[in-house]
Structures are given as C-alpha cells and as structure tokens.
Design a protein around this ligand. Structure first.
Ligand SMILES: *Cc1c(COP(=O)(O)O)cnc(C)c1O
Length: 470
C-alpha cells in the first residue's frame, strides 16, 4: 500500500492555475476552421459572433499558447469548487490486488463541482463572457443533463437566462436533472419539441421520439438565432470549450508534481471530447516537446457510439438539421442516432476537432467498452473508493483497471492517471437495471455506420481553399 500522504492531494485556492493551455499552435497538422453549412467557406467572424459570445469566438481561433484566466473567474472558481482534489485510488488498487508503489492509480475528481461534473468549468466561463458582453440569454442542448445543469448553474451565478433542450430519452431517464436545472432557474424542454421548426419535424411524426444530441443542437441553435440578445452555448466539441477545460489538466500536473509522480498513462472518457481534452492537453504539450515523450494517452468510448474507433475523419455537420457549423472530425455521420445507452453524454455522432487531429496524428489512442461492463466497474469503484461514477466516467474507470491489471501481469512499473469526470447520483436507473438484470449491451453494426457515412448528404469541403498556399 502506498504512502498515506499521497491519498488525497489538495491545492489551496491561491494555487489555482492562472492560465488555460491552448494546444492549437502545437498541433502537428494545422487546425481546420469551422465551416458554414451555407457555402462551405470558413464561418465569418461576425457570423460566429451572432452564434457564440465574442470572447469565445476569439478563443476558438487564437494562436496564443496560453490564455490568461480572468481574475474574476478565478475568484468564482475558488469560491465554488476549485481546485478539485486528485486522489490516489488506494481502495481500487487494493481491490485489484496491487500492493506497493510499482503501480499507482490516481484520479482527478471533477465530481465535486456543484452539479457533479467537469461541465461548470466552461459553463461559468461562458456565462461570465455573455454577461460582460450584454447577452441576456444562453440557449443550449443537453444529453444526460450534465451540461444543462452546468450551464443553468453558471448562468444563475450571473443572472443570465438559460434555456435547455434536453434529449427526450434522458428527460425521462433522469428526471432529477431537469429539477436541478429548474432549481437554477432554467427553462427546460424535451427534445424534439414543438417549439422549433427543426424539432417539430420529428415531434409531429412521433411525440415520444427519443431524440438525439444532433436534433437538440439544431433546436437550440434555431432558438438562439431568434433574438440578438441570445447566444448559443456549447458544452463540448469546439476548441474554446476544450480550452476552458484545461484548468483540469493544469491542476493535475501541479498535484502530481507535489507528490513527485510522473504519469505513464492518462485516461479519460470521450463524448464530445471536452473532459478528456481538458485533462490531457497540458500533458500533450509535454509529449510533443519531448518532456513526456513516452506518455500513453487513451480515450474511451462506448461500443454503442464509437465515433473515434469506428468513425471516419472527414467533414460533417455538427447537428442533424445541418444548421450548426461543419467540422472536420471523426464522425459516425450527422444522421446517426445512437442506441439509448445510459452514458447519455457519450451519445454524440462526432468528436472534438482537436481530439480528431491528435488521434489522426497518432498522439493519442482510443478504445471501446460495453455498457454492462462499465456499470459493473462503476459499482466496484463505489465500493472501493466511495463515489458512484457517472456511466460516462465509468468508461475511464474500466480502462484504468484494464491498464493497471496489464501492468501487474507484465510486472511493469506504471503510474496511471484518469479523469473522474462526474458522479452518478442522477444516473441510478442505470445501476438499478444492472442489479435487476435488465441492462442491455448495444454494439453498433458496421453496416449501420457505413449507411450513415455513405449518405449522399454528407458535406464536402474544398480544403485547398481553406489554407492559403505558403
Ligand atoms: C458530459 C459528460 C461527459 C462527456 O462529455 P465530454 O465533452 O466528452 O467530456 C463525460 N462525463 C461526464 C460526467 C459528463 O457530464
């Protein structure tokens, strides 16, 4: 068993990172811009500012290697929940029969935020910029309800109105999330809804349509474009969200240094790629500049929605209604509607362009796991460490266990660090189904992926026109 002083590594509020890490200037191949679905050209600055808060648009394309976190924001983080703890998973190590310090497992605990996940790290920043720029309303979509709760909390801190379109499957599976959002004054609609043109198409055919993140995004974008005092808010995928999440990796680095630990493997679950991106990006810079050249970085996906493992790296619409910008990313196709697995936050058809770029350049790896195995591991983690993970997070726990057991078998020394993106206190139905034997696995058949990707409506973008010849 390890040194007890390593069990819970805490930072003082004064040790909060002062900067976000922008990985764009370090990427081995140039970052592709957001492209307009109207004409296949990069979204003009003014148009982007009609969709998102202006400061976020500037951050989206910034080439500064670091971006200062405003002092007011740092104060709010310090007052609410940051810095978050890094734990040595001594209970989990014991459960796996790991003794001594050859193999160490650490996890960064983002579940201590007021809404139980990493989402407020960007929600608070976006609400802060909205308020500063005179925006009165932020509109968004939510899958599992984590992002919707995060943004509701963030908006409420600044008195900005929050409107949330929640994927109907989750609206029913997770009623607690909807109540939490309303507790923070948000307006919440099940999606597809009858309040937007993009929702109505589906709603009128089937009022119980389970919905998808793609449809909910279309609804939120449409709603936000109705008023010039409203903006759309995104909880994942785009560069500025991953940027805001780098506060997680920045803190983790300081905490590991405090106990003299050097990471060999970093692990996170991937939905749109924001918790994983924010956790790894400060370390990716070290991997690229040779300080941590042997670092292994693994993203984990559900077998029911493996955008990176089984999707293609190509241009695709961000949403089903083809209103949101086109992105170059690993995708299963914008028309793909994933099975209603409990890890609602991992049911997006694509993944962040930054993560896609890193994967395509072989800087990170990706693996997949089944729903029943991750829920089983979630229960084991709860017994060992005392926190019930969100089903999304349980994907990372599972892979950390796989890596630790592999190292044990091979007699290797390894420090494994994973991001504990959130707790599962609003996801108890997933655990209940497991306990009653009702939980099913879904694996996406290759024919379905092929069908979605061979859709004649997949966009094409002339890349030679995006980058001027140098
Ligand atoms: C939203 C969410 C995810 C997935 O989203 P990313 O943008 O990939 O991080 C993962 N875990 C939790 C707890 C979430 O709330």
């Amino acid at each position: 068993m390890g040194n007890n002083f390593e069990a819970r590594i805490l930072l003082e509020p004064g040790e909060l990172p002062k900067e976000w890490v922008n990985i764009l200037p370090d990427l081995p191949t140039p970052m592709t811009p957001l492209v307009s679905p109207m004409d296949g050209k990069p979204v003009p600055f003014e148009m982007a500012c009609a969709i998102f808060p202006k400061e976020c648009v500037l951050q989206e394309v910034s080439t500064d290697p670091i971006i200062p976190i405003p002092k007011d924001l740092r104060e709010i983080f310090a007052r609410t929940y940051r810095p978050t703890p890094l734990h040595r998973a001594l209970g989990l190590e014991k459960e796996l029969g790991i003794e001594g310090d050859d193999i160490k497992i650490f996890y960064k605990n983002e579940s201590v935020s007021p809404t139980g996940s990493h989402k407020p790290n960007t929600a608070i920043a976006q609400a802060y910029y909205a308020k500063k720029e005179g925006v009165e309303e932020l509109v968004t979509e939510t899958g599992a309800g984590q992002w919707g709760s995060g943004l509701s909390f963030g908006c409420n801190l600044f008195g900005v109105k929050c409107v949330v379109y929640m994927v109907r499957a989750s609206f029913h599976q997770k009623p607690g999330r909807k109540i939490l959002m309303r507790a923070f004054n948000a307006e919440v609609h099940a999606s597809p809804s009858r309040f937007t043109e993009s929702g109505k198409k589906f709603y009128e055919k089937d009022p119980e349509h389970p919905g998808s993140l793609g449809i909910a995004i279309s609804e939120a974008v449409e709603h936000s474009l109705r008023s010039d005092k409203a903006r759309y808010s995104l909880g994942s995928v785009v560069n500025f969200v991953l940027l805001h999440q780098t506060i997680v990796g920045q803190e983790t680095k300081i905490q590991l240094e405090k106990v003299g630990a050097k990471p060999d493997v970093l692990i996170g679950c991937m939905g749109g790629g924001s918790n994983f991106g924010g956790f790894i990006i400060p370390f990716v810079r070290d991997k690229l500049n040779g300080t941590l050249s042997d670092l292994e970085i693994i993203g984990v996906e559900p077998k029911a929605c493996p955008s990176v493992c089984k999707g293609q790296y190509r241009w695709d619409y961000g949403d089903t209604a083809k209103q949101a910008p086109i992105l170059k990313m690993h995708t299963l196709g914008h028309n793909f509607i994933p099975s209603p697995i409990h890890a609602g936050g991992l049911r997006y058809h694509g993944i962040a362009p930054i993560i896609s770029n890193l994967y395509n350049n072989k800087i990170i790896d990706a693996v997949m796991h089944h729903q029943t195995e991750i829920i089983e591991v979630g229960l084991l983690f709860a017994k060992a460490e005392g926190i019930l993970p969100a089903p999304e997070t349980a994907h990372a726990v599972k892979e950390a266990m796989v890596q630790a057991l592999k190292a044990k078998e091979n007699g290797e020394k390894k420090t494994i660090v994973f991001n504990f993106s959130g707790h599962g206190f609003f996801d108890l139905s997933a655990y209940k189904e497991y306990m009653t034997g009702d939980l099913k696995d879904y694996e996406l058949p290759s024919e379905e992926i092929e069908k979605a990707l061979n859709d004649p409506e997949m966009p094409t973008v002339d890349e030679s026109a995006l980058f001027p010849p140098s």
